[in-house]
Design a protein around this ligand. Sequence first.
Ligand code: BG6
Length: 464
Amino acid sequence: MDDVTFIILGATGNLTKKKLIPAIYHLIESKKIKKFAIIGVARNKTQTKTILNKSKKHIKNIKQKVWKELENNFHYLPLDFYQQEKFCSLDPFVKNIEKKNKLSGNRLFYLATLPQHFPVIAKTLKKCALTKKTKNNWVRAVFEKPFGHDLKSAKKINKTIKKIFKEKQIYRIDHYLGKELIQNIAITKFTNTFLEPLLNNRYVDHVQVILSENVGIEERGPFYDKYGVIRDVLQNHMMQMLSLSTMEKPKKFSGNYIRDEKVKILKTVKTTKELVVGQYIGYKKEKGIPKNSKTETFAATKLFVNNKRWKKVPFYLIAGKKMKNKITSVYFQFKKAQCLNINNHCDFKANYLTIQIQPEEGYYLQMNAKVPGEEKVTAVKMDFCHACTFGPNTPAAYETLLEDVIEGDQSSFVRTDEIEQQWKITDKITEQKKKLYKYKIKTYPKQANKLIEKDNRKWHLVVK
Ligand code: BG6
């Protein structure tokens, strides 16, 4: 891979500590990057060592030699991007390090800040000449999620950043796209001839997209309260899970082809008024949450992908914090086979296919089989356990995505039209005024059961 200068804006935040530094560590460990420098920038007057020490505990089985290499190439500069003149001291600082480390000036700007700062950071970087490109180097900018707060703000950010960067320099992150099982969805669908012909309204009864979490809002109170679960995960991760599982076969499995197909799906999504929102009991006592907060930490809704393949198939989405289990999956339930009239035994189960993103990554297929010695049918499961076949240590999402940025591969990043389409759908959901139901920790509002049970279906909130 090319040599690279990482410039992290928002270097004292949680993302840098928990995800970015560990991801860079692993890229060094696997020798995917050999020549590099990391320059952290944030407002706080802190020390390089303090930032790195906080990150260290998020790396398992740390190798001293690799950590030393990272440490030796990490630099921190306290700067405020709202004070342009001072901020421009970053330019000579970066040049100096690039010269010392004999780097070619390939710059990866990582905007690990809240989205309202994206336009000003991008403008400041340009004014300070940091984004200047020559024939021999590349400049790429990674924008962390959430990308805006609604369609209007996302459009505003796009308008500004596109004056500064070309689309091929812009990498909007959705870390789900770096997860192995998410990357697998489309490949599996189109490399198994028995599967793709069945995934349509002739055979599929309904689909569930599930993102249930047992954790709460962690240390992100003020941020979370402005967003809520719909903007935090439905707008991005769940829309990606939905579009990847339902899209048509792209002409090629690269670059814009996959994104074209996903956008086609997003354009056909029809939301409904069926929406249940909830807030877990104790949320208002979390740090940074106003006592009268009306932010939802749970949502369940029904929508349709209104194209030829999926017309009339309901898609049920469920997501929440402090639910019982961590489960991220796409569940396809097939229509029941016709009655066989064996002893009038007709109550056999419907087949289903679960693409389990986490935990216990894999695919689970439920089929029917005859019970030995009896004229009876019972449900049996076929499992593909990802870790059992490929081993437990597949690269973490951020590592895969940073590698893609360095290689200039945009297929796992969200394009302008895609992000705007995702917000368009999300706005239609968030603008509905619904009663906010309370729910106890490790549960979810029972009204969400009604939403699906009135259609004679049930949530598939099981780990396998
Ligand atoms: C993030 C959300 O994007 O995804 C968090 O902001 C959520 O609220 C997280 O917990 C879930 O990601 P993962 O990788 O743990 O499933």
